[in-house]
Design a protein around this ligand. Structure first.
Ligand code: SF4
Length: 296
C-alpha cells in the first residue's frame, strides 16, 4: 500500500483545475452549510483544524513531496479563518515548499469582504493567488430561494475586493438552479453579475440532486419546476447571449454538464452560441450525455 502523509477527513472536494494540487484541509466542512442545493458537507460539522495539526501535516507532506508547486486549501471556505491564522499557514507552506507557485482556496464573498484590503494584499503576497467562488446565480430572488446567504451586491463587492488585492477569481454558476419558473431571470442576472466582476475563470455546472429531487424541493423556498435537458441548454444560451466579458476563460466541462462548452468570452461567444443553437435545432445528433434522452 502506498503511504500518503495526510489523513483526509472525507468527503474531500476540490475544483477540477486542482486535480494535480496537493490539498491541505485547514477547515472541515462549510461554515455556512445551508444552501438548499448543496450536499457537499451536510455530513460534517464545521470545524477549524488545530494549527499544530495543520503545520504538522505541511511539514510531513513536504518531507515526502518537497517539489510541490500548487496547493489547494480545503474544505468549503478556508477563507473564513482569521488573517493571522491564514498567514501562519501560508508561511509554513512557503517554508516547507520552496517551489510553490500558487495557493488557492474556496471562498465565500462575505469572507473576503470581512478582510481588510491590506490583509488581502498580504495573503496574496504570501502566495494566495486564486479563489474559487460558487456564485450560483446573479439573481437575488433565486439566491434567496436557495438560501445562499449572499446577494448580487455582496458577491460583487467581495470579488472585486479580491481582484483589487491581486487575487484571481474563478467562479461557478449553477445551470437550472431556479427551475423553469425562474430560468430566464437566473440566466440574465447570472450573466450580469459576471459582467460586473469580469472573473478570470468561469464555469457552469448543472444542478443535481444527490439525495433526490424531493429533498431539494423541500429546501427550495418557492415553487421549483424541474427542467429538461433542452430547457437547461436554452438557459445556457440566454446566459451566454447576455455576457459581456473581456477575456474570461469559460468551461462547462464538469461531469454534471450535458453539453461541453469551452472558450474565452467574449472572443468565442458566437462560436459557443452557434454550438448551442445547433444542439437546440437538432438535439438527436448532439453529443449529449445519455441521460439527456430521459429529460426530452
Ligand atoms: S457555501 Fe458552498 S459549500 Fe457551503 S453550503 Fe453553500 S454551496 Fe455548499
Amino acid at each position: 500500500m502506498t503511504y500518503f502523509p495526510i489523513n483526509y477527513n472525507e468527503p474531500l472536494f476540490r475544483p477540477p483545475a486542482e486535480a494535480n494540487s496537493l490539498i491541505f484541509q485547514i477547515t472541515l466542512g462549510c461554515s455556512w452549510n445551508k444552501c438548499a442545493f448543496c450536499e457537499m458537507y451536510t455530513s460534517k460539522q464545521f470545524k477549524v483544524k488545530k494549527e499544530e495539526e495543520i503545520i504538522g501535516e505541511i511539514k510531513n507532506a513536504a518531507s515526502n513531496y518537497p517539489d510541490v508547486r500548487r496547493i489547494f486549501l480545503a474544505d468549503g471556505n478556508a477563507m473564513v479563518l482569521s488573517t493571522n491564522k491564514l498567514k501562519k499557514i501560508l508561511q509554513a507552506i512557503n517554508e516547507a515548499f520552496p517551489k510553490v507557485g500558487r495557493i488557492s482556496a474556496y471562498a465565500l464573498p462575505k469572507d473576503i469582504s470581512s478582510k481588510s484590503m491590506d490583509d488581502l494584499v498580504e495573503l496574496r503576497n504570501m502566495g494566495l493567488k486564486l479563489i474559487y467562488v460558487g456564485i450560483e446565480s446573479g439573481d437575488d430572488e433565486v439566491l434567496n430561494l436557495v438560501n445562499k446567504g449572499e446577494t448580487f451586491h455582496s458577491t460583487v463587492e467581495g470579488l472585486l475586493k479580491a481582484r483589487e488585492a491581486g487575487i484571481k477569481n474563478s467562479v461557478m454558476i449553477l445551470n437550472g438552479l431556479g427551475g423553469k419558473k425562474y430560468s430566464r431571470q437566473h440566466a440574465i442576472n447570472s450573466a450580469k453579475i459576471l459582467n460586473e466582476i469580469q472573473p478570470e475563470y468561469a464555469s457552469t455546472l448543472v444542478l443535481s440532486f444527490p439525495y433526490g429531487i424531493e429533498r431539494f424541493k423541500q429546501r427550495f423556498a418557492g415553487e421549483y419546476v424541474p427542467m429538461n435537458v433542452l430547457e437547461l441548454i436554452k438557459e445556457m444560451e440566454i446566459f451566454i447571449e447576455n455576457t459581456e466579458l473581456k477575456g474570461t476563460i469559460y468551461r462547462s466541462n464538469h461531469a454534471s454538464n450535458y453539453l461541453v462548452l469551452k472558450g474565452t468570452l467574449s472572443r468565442d461567444k458566437h462560436k459557443l452560441l452557434k454550438q448551442i443553437s445547433e444542439v437546440l435545432g437538432n438535439p438527436q445528433t448532439a453529443n449529449l450525455r445519455e441521460e439527456w434522452e430521459r429529460g426530452l
